[in-house]
Design a protein around this ligand. Structure first.
Ligand SMILES: Nc1ncnc2c1ncn2[C@@H]1O[C@H](COP(=O)(O)OP(=O)(O)O)[C@@H](O)[C@H]1O
Ligand SMILES: [Mg+2]
Length: 217
């Protein structure tokens, strides 16, 4: 059975699509099979030159079929890209996925939105993304991670996906030859999300990460 990872959240521009592609590319570079699933009806599918599968899940029947088929596939990663602004879809996908990730950038707006998503998807984890590599900016951004972690203990990934200028390559028409920076970001993203999955499902799994903790909100 392959592992379904849902990258969701209601706000646009939080890096859902980029993170989904980074995860797939990272998996492939680590020799794990991976496929990207498009679900946003307003987006087109671009599979040219990609070393991972690209599946069209924009139609709900097609998406259901992809998910059913993934139960019979070998080990690998099925990364489902949300699309924003579809709370009911987010919740339904979060129930199907073995790991739900809500990326957020270092802004108050993203923080408010990710907090709402964390409440409506009690198993989701938050991922700081497109995070500044500048020391000063990082220090102030760290307050956002710490504040969110206080509200949702154990549900915030502590290692961010760093800001990489060339990630725009991932959303281009083809991906024949990803740059070193993108490949490194992809390996890093895969490692972080795989660790989050292992943390929720491995032998040392912490119950707190799977249990809704309303008292802390
Ligand atoms: N790690 C990153 N570093 C730098 N820019 C990023 C990163 N991830 C995403 N971006 C940029 O942020 C913007 C929004 O990303 P996108 O993946 O389209 O978000 P969403 O799918 O949530 O709307 C895009 O311009 C994208 O290139
Ligand atoms: Mg998107």
């Amino acid at each position: 059975m392959s592992t379904i990872v849902y990258i969701g959240g209601q706000k646009g521009g939080t890096t859902k699509t980029t993170t989904s592609h980074l995860m797939c590319l990272g998996a492939i570079l680590k020799k794990h099979p991976a496929a990207y699933v498009l679900t946003d009806p307003h987006r087109r599918i671009k599979s040219d030159g990609r070393p991972y599968g690209v599946l069209d899940g924009r139609d709900s029947a097609a998406l259901a079929q992809i998910i059913t088929a993934s139960h019979n596939m070998g080990n690998g990663w099925l990364v489902v890209d949300g699309g924003g602004n579809r709370p009911a879809f987010d919740q339904a996908m979060a129930e199907q996925a073995q790991l739900t990730v809500v990326p957020f950038r270092a802004s108050e707006e993203d923080l408010e939105s990710v907090a709402r998503d964390m409440e409506s998807m009690p198993h989701a984890v938050a991922l700081p993304s497109a995070w500044s590599t500048n020391k000063l900016a990082q220090e102030s951004a760290q307050r956002l991670i710490d504040g969110l972690d206080k509200a949702f203990p154990g549900r915030v990934i502590k290692t961010p996906v760093w800001f990489v200028n060339s990630t725009a390559e991932l959303l281009g028409a083809t991906l024949e030859n990803p740059s070193t920076a993108v490949r490194n970001a992809a390996r890093h993203t895969f490692a972080i999300l795989k660790a989050a999955f292992d943390g929720q499902n491995g032998p040392n799994r912490q119950e707190t990460t799977r249990v809704e903790d309303k008292s802390a909100v």
